[in-house]
Design a protein around this ligand. Structure first.
Ligand code: SAM
Length: 211
């Protein structure tokens, strides 16, 4: 997965140019800053910083982590003056202190977590957060004709796509499309209030971490 995103870094932001997704994107971009106003936010799998650019100016500070230096370099260039510390690291072993943040954000990351690793990922993320921290995940809904078709489903229930890059290489990429019920059930053991929103092409799960 990380090799795929390292190779895709330069062409990554094209995904945000799909015409049919523009109204949803504008709405989500306007919504996020209010959620994280004045909070110390940990962003996991920040990629090229597409989402960071909208909410970071409203925060008290952001640590934005990604596994790929290639995407982090683009993010740094995009936001030279934002209150963001860019960090290379592994989402499953977050290299930050316990209880350091009162906000957490991950865009288009949940869909890439193997189903069998979701709970361990959430436990690792929550370790870095203070009680009451606000957490937001956003990701894709599967929309026929707009989404890349699902090529296969494995025995654990994970779904996989075949994606082609400009250099002609083809990559088998994990991409899950969880239901509202599955998302709420995954965070229920950890969350105080949880909320699910859906647009035409995207979903957002937000909750406050239990104390
Ligand atoms: C779909 S992209 C999302 C990027 C960005 N959040 C966005 O919404 O535009 C997934 C990102 O996860 C990163 N990634 C993949 N595996 C990772 C891991 N184990 N730890 C940290 N980042 C990882 C990739 O480098 C890539 O930037």
């Amino acid at each position: 997965m990380q090799d795929y995103y390292a190779a895709r870094a330069a062409e990554y932001d094209r995904i945000y140019a799909k015409p049919e997704r523009q109204p949803d994107l504008r709405d989500m971009e306007a919504w996020l800053p209010g959620v994280f106003a004045d909070r110390q936010v940990l962003e996991v799998a920040c990629g090229t910083g597409y989402w960071t650019q909208f909410y970071a100016p409203a925060t008290a500070g952001v640590v934005a982590l990604d596994g790929a230096v290639e995407t982090l370099r683009i993010a740094e260039r995009r936001l030279p003056d934002a209150p963001v510390r860019w960090l290379q690291g592994d989402a499953y072993s977050l290299p930050v202190a316990d209880r350091a943040f009162d906000g957490a954000f991950a865009g288009f990351w949940w869909s890439h977590i193997p189903l069998e690793r979701i709970d361990a990922f959430l436990q690792g993320l929550h370790r870095t957060l203070k009680p009451g921290a606000r957490v937001v995940f956003i990701d894709n809904l599967y929309v026929p004709g707009s989404s890349t078709p699902i090529a296969e489903q494995d025995s654990a229930g994970n779904t996989w796509q075949l994606r082609r890059l400009d250099d002609g290489s083809t990559h088998r990429v994990l991409k899950n499309f969880p239901s509202r019920e599955a998302l709420l059930a995954a965070v229920a053991p950890h969350a105080r209030i949880s909320d699910y929103r859906a647009w035409t092409h995207f979903w957002a799960l937000s909750y406050s971490l239990a104390g």
